[in-house]
Structures are given as structure tokens and as C-alpha cells.
Design a protein around this ligand. Structure first.
Ligand code: F6P
Length: 317
């Protein structure tokens, strides 16, 4: 059995661990595992090579991916189907193991299924914004990276009090990542794009928090509307200095947490078993805390907004 591994869209911590596990399962029995560079763009161009086992095991605990990804819509090109099937037949590839987030699941997976390509998806994004699963690979590592940053901010905030700290997370248009971080870190405020707040209310609450606690910590999601104007309006209305930290892509490239190391390997083991059992389409999803194989395409739906009650608890609304 020959498998090609593809990373599509934003990388996330845990991809290398999953590739490491899958390769270790496959290669001792003589099965081949190839990796595509540059996602589907590379696959269509035949940019495939055997996975370097020693490299992937060396990097299993690191973020990023030994296989480069791409956001280019390569499969939308008119001859994409024929090129893909030709490459797969030339390299004798039986199955694709695909890492990707919501875009990949909504747009690429159904296309592959309609072309009869055998493919199992490992939902992978730090954003945790895929409707069909409670958990996406990489989310926990990105949260842990932010918690480290909060620990540093809290230390300096304690030493030099009287300020407001605003920590910006990634998360694309969704606030799931920011809320998870705000809750776990005990932040005073979570600012999520799904629930914009009145500036007057914000200014009042921040003034009170600084008076009570000596400093205020805000976790803000990157798509919250008007971040720049908040940075000038809050000090103007409160008279309190605001210091701002943007985690940016350092967060996405975080080291792999214990949870993601386990999830990555659990996903790979289930995908391996599924291919061996002759299952040709599916995704690894988490329901009620348990990882399982969903056979066939995932329903095309949007994840509901972040938990309103948790959000209200953090913001004391
Ligand atoms: O989807 C994962 C993610 O890291 C989002 O959180 C973020 O908005 C986006 O990717 C950034 O994408 P790019 O690396 O293309 O700027």
C-alpha cells in the first residue's frame, strides 16, 4: 500500500508527529509513504519524495511541517483531476493522507471524493473552527504558547502595575482560539469577533479592573473589529496606558503540546487502520472527547460561535 501525504492550508503543530507515526506504521512492512511539497500544487507537479524518517522523527515535537503547504486553489484548475490521477498512477499511490482545516474540508475533500480518490483527512488548524469535530490538531499547542506569553505578561505586569495588557491571538474570523486562551489564563476580558462590545462599557470595566487588580489582561482575537482604534481609544477614555503583544505566526509554529502529540499519533493510527481495512474516504473527528473515524465526506456546515456562557463568564457580563 502506498500513501501520499499532503498538507493543505495553514500548518499547525502536530503535523510532523502524525507523519512520524504514520511512517513508522507503514514502512517496516514494506508500504511506501511519500510526501508532497507545496500541497496540491506540488502533488499535481509530481513533487513527491519518500518521507525522510530520521528528519521527521527529529522534528516530531516541533511545530510547522516537514512538508511545505500551499493555499493555492490547485484543484480548481480545469485539468486538475486528470493530472492528479496521472501522478497517483505514475507513483502507484493508493491513498492520500491529508492535513487541512475548514477550507480543505469544505472544498477539497468533496472534490476528491467525487473523483474517486481515496483520502482520509486529519482536521488540522490551531483555530479549532471545524464544525464536524470538537477538536482540531494544533489547537492545544497554540493555546499553550499563548499561556506562556500570558505568564510573562503577568510577571512584568505585577512588577510594574497600573497598565492594561492586550494580547492578540490568531484564529482567522473565529474567536474559538482566543476564548480558550482567555478562559485558561484567567484573563479579565476576551474580545471575540462574534461578540463585539461597546467601547464605553469596555473603558469602564478596564478602569475598574485596574483599580481592583493592579493591571488588566485582555485576550483579543485577530478579527475583532477595529483593533487599532481600540488601542488609541482605551487610553484616551481611561487615562491608562495600553501595552500590546501580537502572538502572530510564532503561535502557529509553536512546539507540540502533550495533547497534540497524542492526538496526532491517535489520528495517524486510526487513518492507517482505516486504509488497511479498505476504507477510502473519511476524516478523524472528535466527539464527546473520543477520536473516531467518520466515513465519507463531512457535512458542509459552519461551526457555531464560541460558547456564549463561557464568554460571559470571562467577561463577567
Ligand atoms: O487558519 C490558521 C491561521 O493560522 C489563522 O489563525 C490565521 O488567520 C491564518 O491561518 C493566517 O494565514 P497566513 O499564514 O496565510 O497569513
Amino acid at each position: 500500500m502506498n500513501t501520499a501525504i499532503i498538507v493543505s492550508g495553514g500548518d499547525a503543530p502536530g503535523i510532523n508527529a502524525a507523519i512520524d507515526c504514520f511512517t513508522r506504521l507503514a514502512t517496516p512492512g514494506g508500504d511506501r509513504v511519500l510526501g508532497a511539497q507545496a500541497g496540491f500544487t506540488g502533488l499535481l507537479a509530481g513533487q513527491l519524495a519518500e518521507i525522510d524518517r530520521s528528519l521527521v522523527s527529529l522534528l516530531a515535537g516541533r511545530g510547522g511541517s516537514i512538508l511545505q503547504s500551499s493555499r493555492a486553489p490547485a484543484l480548481q484548475e480545469p485539468d486538475a483531476r486528470d493530472r492528479l490521477l496521472n501522478v497517483m498512477s505514475f507513483h502507484e499511490i493508493d491513498n492520500l493522507l491529508l492535513f487541512g482545516g475548514d477550507g480543505t474540508i469544505q472544498h477539497i475533500a468533496p472534490l476528491l471524493a467525487s473523483w474517486g480518490v481515496s483520502c482520509i483527512i486529519l482536521p488540522t488548524t490551531i483555530d479549532n473552527d471545524v464544525a464536524a469535530t470538537e477538536y482540531t490538531l494544533g489547537h492545544d499547542s497554540a493555546c499553550n504558547f499563548a499561556l506562556q506569553a500570558v505568564a510573562g505578561i503577568r510577571a512584568t505586569a505585577h512588577a510594574l502595575p497600573g497598565r492594561i495588557f492586550m494580547l492578540q491571538t490568531l484564529g482567522a474570523p473565529s474567536g474559538h482560539l482566543a476564548l480558550a486562551i482567555a478562559y485558561a489564563s484567567g484573563a479579565h476580558l476576551a474580545l471575540l469577533p462574534e461578540y463585539p462590545l461597546e467601547i464605553d462599557w469596555l473603558a469602564q470595566r478596564l478602569t475598574q479592573v485596574v483599580a481592583d487588580d493592579g493591571c488588566a489582561l485582555i485576550v483579543i482575537s485577530e478579527a475583532y473589529p477595529g483593533i487599532n482604534s481600540l488601542l488609541s481609544e482605551i487610553p484616551r477614555r481611561t487615562g491608562i496606558r495600553v501595552r500590546y503583544t501580537d502572538l502572530g505566526h510564532a503561535q502557529r509554529g509553536a512546539d507540540v503540546s502533550h495533547r497534540d502529540g497524542c492526538v496526532a499519533r491517535d489520528m495517524s493510527r486510526l487513518a492507517w487502520r482505516a486504509f488497511k481495512d479498505g476504507i477510502h474516504n473519511g476524516a478523524l473527528i472528535m466527539r464527546d472527547g473520543a477520536l473516531r473515524l467518520h466515513q465519507g465526506s463531512l457535512p458542509s456546515e459552519k461551526k457555531p460561535p464560541p460558547d456564549r456562557r463561557l464568554y460571559e463568564f470571562v467577561n463577567q457580563l
